[in-house]
Ligand binder design. Structure first.
Ligand SMILES: [Zn+2]
Ligand SMILES: [Zn+2]
Length: 262
């Protein structure tokens, strides 16, 4: 059986990957990575994300403002861009208390605005959560984010936070971090939550998994994340690929409709 892997979170619009897009897309094909979700981090460059998804049938888009983004938060513009074809999710948004270059109050207000928009449009959320599990869960609860669900991307929080996220209709996505020697706590979460709730991602160009650590990451390397997850769960790569791909299309329903219609 052929494999079909999906990178559920990457930044093909960032300069490191933009300058070598043809190779990057070719490497995806060579590694059986059929689709990737290109996630926006600000509105200044959001058009790049939309252009990439418009140009390449196997790239989907998400539009949002990263919690640490410094630009003026233009909600009207976010709402307009989010209605573009192939935008299958709202984000990335969330809370990052590891670096608070954007004040916590502003991060929280923006997260709430993203949730409102996601509920308005019926699109799932892509949540960036770093050292802010409790507040993120509380805000998702208060704003009824479970109506649309979404994913906690690049998960590094506790099993307790993961379980609360699952209860709120969210998936958990693991990045190359699960291959790092010092990430036993993240592997512990990956071992315990239902496979039906797991997505895989690269967060490229950052966080290259082993054996590429230190080099520019790219969507093709999501295969290493899948291999590690298979090892952790005692499953075959095929089983992990099949289930995580199914999970992706289950969460991002507009991606599934696009795939069926094209
Ligand atoms: Zn992030
Ligand atoms: Zn990201």
């Amino acid at each position: 059986m052929d494999l079909m892997l999906i990178d559920s979170h990457c930044h093909l619009d960032f300069p490191e990957l933009a300058k070598k897009r043809p190779e990057t897309l070719m490497h995806m094909v060579e590694n059986e990575v059929a689709y990737a979700l290109c996630v926006g981090v600000n509105l200044r460059h959001a058009q790049r994300v939309l252009d990439i998804s418009a140009q390449h049938p196997n790239i989907f888009a998400a539009i949002g403002v990263h919690p640490l983004e410094q630009e003026f938060f233009d909600f009207e513009r976010l709402a307009i861009l989010a209605k573009t074809e192939k935008v299958v999710a709202i984000g990335e948004t969330g809370l990052d208390y590891y670096r608070t270059s954007v004040p916590v109050q502003d991060q929280q207000a923006r997260l709430r605005a993203h949730i409102h928009l996601a509920r308005d449009l019926g699109k799932p959320l892509i949540i960036h959560c770093r050292e802010a599990g409790e507040d993120t869960i509380a805000i998702l609860q208060e704003e009824k984010a479970d109506e649309v669900g979404g994913v906690f991307h690049c998960f590094t929080d506790s099993l307790k936070t993961a379980e609360k996220a699952l209860a709120l209709n969210f998936f958990i996505s693991f990045s190359g971090i699960i291959t790092f020697a010092n990430a036993e706590n993240v592997r512990e979460v990956a071992r315990h939550i239902p496979l039906e709730k797991i997505l895989i991602e690269t967060d490229s160009p950052y966080l290259s998994p082993l054996p590429h650590r230190g080099k520019t990451n790219e969507p093709a390397y999501v295969k290493h994340v899948a291999e590690k997850l298979a090892e952790i769960r005692g499953l075959s790569l095929e089983e992990v690929a099949l289930q995580t791909t199914q999970n992706f299309f289950h969460l991002f329903k507009e991606a599934r409709l696009w795939k069926l219609s094209s």
